[in-house]
Design a protein around this ligand. Structure first.
Ligand code: SAM
Length: 274
């Protein structure tokens, strides 16, 4: 830890300081020496430097200005590293990464931003090859959850649509400084060349998924009526066209069923307009 530095829990500053785990994380990240990596949250720069040994470029973002001086000093020894002092949620990542071609994302995420960051990456049109991130164990469960289980939700659907997530490593709290109060998992998500299912319209697909989980205990029928302003008959037609029973709940739908249902919803909306 940098001498005299007071980590801010509000910024998720639990630094990974255990060398063994740093090495294992980099080994698990699917990188070659020609690759570019986007890191979110440089912290004290240890993971940044470990990544830089394995690939050509590392673009790392850090929001805490107190870390800038030390980071610039530490990272100056690694020519392929570019430090961007900014808030990842306010930056135009598309603009930042333009010119690097397809790239990987690797990060020991600030846990308070896990869902927004994963949503940002999974829904972006950027050419992302893989997303390898340290997250809280419960977040990893939400990313990998199967239909009908309590953790299943929009994040699992978005992850399965775009990638093949796996829990690569469990990391104990003792590997961090200060140790977090939660268990951590390093998730590796190689991104698919094209989405796992084809959808007619991505926006409608996302709206259908969001509607399914907006009120988990309600049927998909009721959620379609509410989210799309359909009559009961229109919503019923969407379900029956997809081969789904009228009492099904959204939380039971597979990725393929969501895609098919979104197709029927798109058709129904076109019918209403014409
Ligand atoms: N990469 C380092 C490591 O592995 O030890 C630090 C990881 S620490 C869990 C998360 C880092 O993300 C912190 O350095 C924190 O300051 C930074 N961070 C928090 N919010 C951020 C934001 N909105 N934009 C960019 N960085 C952020």
């Amino acid at each position: 830890m940098i001498k005299g530095f007071e980590p801010k829990i509000s910024l998720g500053q639990n630094f990974l300081t255990d060398e063994r785990f740093l090495r294992q994380l980099v080994e698990q990240t699917p990188l070659t020496s020609e690759d570019t990596v986007l890191e979110i949250g440089a912290g004290q720069g240890e993971f940044t430097l470990a990544l830089a040994e394995r690939c050509k470029n590392v673009i790392t973002i850090e929001t805490d200005g107190r870390l800038e001086k030390v980071l610039r000093e530490r990272l100056s020894s690694a020519p392929g590293v570019r430090l961007v002092m900014d808030d990842v949620m306010k930056l135009d990542l598309d603009e930042l990464m333009r010119g690097y071609g397809a790239f990987h994302v690797a990060a020991n995420l600030p846990y308070y931003l896990t869902t927004p960051i994963l949503n940002l990456l999974l829904h972006s049109v950027m050419p992302i090859r893989s997303i390898s991130v340290m997250v809280q164990k419960e977040a990893a469960q939400r990313v990998m959850a199967l239909p009908g289980t309590p953790a299943y939700g929009p994040l699992a659907v978005a992850a399965a649509y775009r990638s093949t997530p796996r829990a690569a490593l469990s990391v104990p709290a003792s590997a961090f400084s200060p140790p977090p109060k939660v268990d951590s998992v390093f998730l590796v998500m190689p991104c698919l060349d094209r989405p796992a299912v084809s959808v007619k319209d991505e926006r409608t697909f996302r709206q259908v998924v969001a509607a399914a989980f907006a009120m988990r205990r309600k049927t998909m029928l009721n959620n379609l009526v509410k989210a799309f302003g359909f009559t009961r008959e229109q919503a019923l037609r969407c379900l029956s066209d997809t081969g789904l029973p009228e009492d099904i709940r959204g939380e039971r739908l597979t990725l393929h069923q969501f895609a098919a249902l979104a197709g029927s919803v798109t058709d129904e909306m076109c019918r209403i307009k014409s």
